[in-house]
Design a protein around this ligand. Structure first.
Ligand code: 13P
Length: 267
């Protein structure tokens, strides 16, 4: 069976960094330094920076996607401080759901993450679903079981067709690698990407599981990105700290461009 060539994606998760003015400037700088054929670039600033990033890119680099870092699981209502999927339409075209920092700080469960995913898809936002184990779980050899539970919980009410049509991207982000400078090995990330696709196959995706881009996230830098992209099962990166640095993003996207070019030559 011949599969569609998977997108190579580099997504910047700025977390709780940048004022709106800083976000617009930084987005413009990063966009200008990452113009590389074949790489899908996404910038996810804080909610309050979405309009500034959208406007900064609209004039200079409209093919850089703008993403939110979270979305609420209801459409509207008495949820002080929250932002729903329909509110993001026009500001963002992507959204991160289920990031481990939200699972940790906002007690997001797999079931809640699944509802957020459904809202994102209904609103036409392309979701990046984050999964990954804690250090103790890795030490106990439970990483595949954890990701299995996270995926089954989040995808329970969503069929493969709707998820594929909505452009689902999955980011494998081992929690122990996030912000620690201790990245997973490329090999470990590839094993988990394989496990993720097997889990999807078991959920009825069949061969469609091979079409889903799987990113690695956790202490990615321009110095280690090659290790991940050397693995055919890894389709890019979800970058935190390094994504605030234009030099780092330039290096990461340049390396992603080599993978995109090699895939296109092979395809
Ligand atoms: P770091 O790249 O800072 O480790 O963060 C990864 C991450 O959480 C991206 O979503």
């Amino acid at each position: 069976m011949i599969h569609r060539m998977r997108d190579v994606v580099v997504a910047a998760n700025w977390k709780m960094h940048t004022t709106p003015a800083e976000a617009g400037d930084l987005a413009r700088t990063i966009a200008a330094r990452t113009r590389v054929a074949g790489v899908t670039r996404v910038i996810c600033p804080p909610f309050v920076g979405l309009a500034a990033v959208r406007d900064a890119l609209a004039g200079s680099d409209p093919d850089v996607g703008v993403g939110a870092q979270n979305v609420h699981h209801e459409l509207q209502g008495a949820y002080t401080g929250e932002v729903s999927a329909p509110m993001l339409v026009g500001l963002a075209t992507w959204v991160i759901v289920g990031h481990s920092e939200r699972r940790r700080d906002a007690a997001e469960t797999d079931e809640l993450v699944g509802r957020k995913l459904g809202r994102a898809l209904d609103a036409g936002l392309r979701p990046i679903l984050c999964v990954g184990e804690q250090l103790g779980e890795r030490e106990g050899g439970e990483q595949e079981a954890v990701v299995d539970r996270q995926l089954r919980g989040a995808l329970r009410d969503l069929g493969p067709d709707v998820l594929r049509a909505g452009g689902l991207v999955i980011a494998y982000e081992p929690v122990w690698a996030i912000g620690t400078g201790r990245n997973a090995s490329g090999r470990d990330a590839a094993i988990m990407a394989g496990a993720i696709r097997s889990i999807l196959t078991g959920l009825g995706w069949d061969a469609g599981a091979d079409d889903v881009p799987v990113l690695y996230g956790g202490s990615v830098t321009s110095a280690n990105i090659a290790e991940f992209l050397a693995e055919p099962s890894i389709d890019g990166a979800l970058v935190g700290g390094a994504s605030l640095k234009p030099d780092e993003m330039a290096g990461i996207v340049a390396r992603a461009g080599l993978t995109a070019a090699a895939r296109s030559a092979a395809g």
